[in-house]
Design a protein around this ligand. Structure first.
Ligand code: KG4
Ligand code: ZN
Length: 406
């Protein structure tokens, strides 16, 4: 069948059974809590539109329709063959999980089911496209909450099966890893080079990868907590609402981290990250402040707490940069792609930009709109696999909570 020519109209874009802790003590990362019956309500859907200029542009095949439901965001995106993000809609479930202090898996699954129709319409509607216009269908297959993943993965498989189109089950980290090459405003994605180094920093992962012709090898990863996880845990100890990372970042902007710095663990030999020591040191310092009589109002923390947050953030970022520096010294690299939710961190963006400029490294920082979980990155990862000649996955591909990567 001859593909129908497509003209863009408008649009752009923007973890079973137990609750997943989103920032409490160390022992309770996967905490059990009763899951009361949930009224399932539709959450706000955000979608962003590209300028009318896109209307006049011809799109390139293949059109990829992607779905991401690995945790608490329901996301759909449409990306064309040039890697243009034509639409990216994300519906956050934060309000539904907030009363429980963590993501409740069953609520996440139900919310994905309830939110999907609105999320899909928000992506397809403004473009004047229907699911049948997709040439490829992609969905996150893991890692994540299996029940949540199953919603998007089953939806994706069913769509692809019904439409007779290839289906790609995408690793969530593969999505993050390529996302720095996505452009905003409906522009085509940059062509990823044959070889580059990727830093992926999120709520579940902190790792450096070597990427050669699409093959990914792990160069360094965290031995304990992920960097985003410690931002969330320290923020939760302070009484901030989930997700605490962005708020800790905001508050740290007002503090002086140099007043009482926190240490950065040194590495000898093998390259690795470690964040549990920093988390414990920051929490101990907070406890000492409280014992000394400091009252901490989370909505307006006092100066010593702002300084502590700034010192915490500075040490967290310095550890990331120190590993990049050590890697670059031992084995220089030309391009660095930085992605994941923590890539939105203000200090990280400033420090990595300065470091890369100093070392002459071509830096690709994920655009802010694609740093958190989204489906555009899943579509792009599938498109790259398609470009490499991969035919897609069998419909037997399963949702998995853990999948090795790199
Ligand atoms: O990639 P992501 O959306 O989901 C995962 O795959 O984990 O990352 C979410 C993580 C959370 O830990 C969140 O607190 C953190 O990214 N995060 C930040 C900032 N924005 C999001 N951490 C520090 N500073 C930020 N500005
Ligand atoms: Zn993620």
């Amino acid at each position: 069948m001859r593909p129908r020519p497509l003209t863009a109209t408008r649009g752009r874009a923007s973890r079973e059974g137990e609750p997943v802790d989103i920032g409490a003590d160390d022992s309770s990362r996967h905490r059990c809590a009763p899951s009361p019956p949930q009224p399932v309500t539709m959450r706000a859907v955000t979608a962003h539109s590209v300028t009318a200029t896109l209307r006049a542009m011809s799109l390139e095949r293949p059109i990829v329709l992607a779905i991401e439901t690995s945790c608490d965001d329901t996301a759909c995106a449409i990306v064309d063959g040039a890697g243009r993000v034509l639409a990216s809609s994300v519906s956050s479930q934060l309000a539904a999980h907030r009363p429980y202090g963590g993501v409740v898996p069953e609520i996440a699954s139900r919310e994905h089911l309830a939110n999907w129709p609105a999320v899909a319409s928000a992506a397809l509607g403004p473009l004047g496209l229907a699911p049948a216009d997709a040439d490829l269908v992609a969905a996150t297959r893991g890692p994540g909450l299996v029940g949540a993943l199953l919603v998007g993965l089953s939806m994706g498989k069913a769509l692809a099966y019904g439409l007779g189109k290839p289906f790609y089950g995408v690793h969530h980290l593969e999505g993050h890893l390529w996302s720095p090459f996505l452009a905003t405003g409906g522009a085509p994605a940059a062509a990823p080079p044959g070889r580059f180094v990727a830093l992926v920093v999120s709520g579940g992962h902190t790792a450096i990868y070597d990427v050669v012709d699409g093959a990914v090898t792990t160069l360094a990863e965290t031995r304990d907590d992920a960097v985003g996880e410690v931002f969330d845990k320290l923020g939760k100890r302070l009484g901030l609402a989930y997700p605490q990372g962005p708020r800790v970042d905001e508050l740290a902007e007002r503090g002086d981290g140099a007043r009482e710095p926190l240490p950065v663990p040194r590495v000898e030999g093998e390259l690795f990250f470690s964040y549990s020591g920093l988390k414990s040191a920051a929490i101990r310092r907070l406890e000492a402040l409280e014992r000394a009589g400091l009252v901490v109002d989370p909505t307006d923390p006092p100066a010593p707490v702002l300084d502590l947050l700034a010192a915490f953030r500075a040490a967290a970022v310095a550890q990331l940069v120190s590993r990049l520096e050590r890697l670059h010294r031992s084995r220089p690299f030309a391009l660095l792609a930085v992605s994941g939710g923590v890539a939105a961190n203000r200090l990280l963006r400033r420090e990595i930009t300065a470091w890369a400029a100093d070392r002459g490294v071509d830096l690709r920082l994920v655009p802010l709109g694609y740093s958190g979980d989204n489906a555009a990155m899943i579509a792009f990862a599938a498109l790259l696999r398609h470009r490499r000649g991969e035919p897609g996955d069998a419909f037997t591909v399963e949702a998995e909570s853990r999948i090795p990567f790199g």
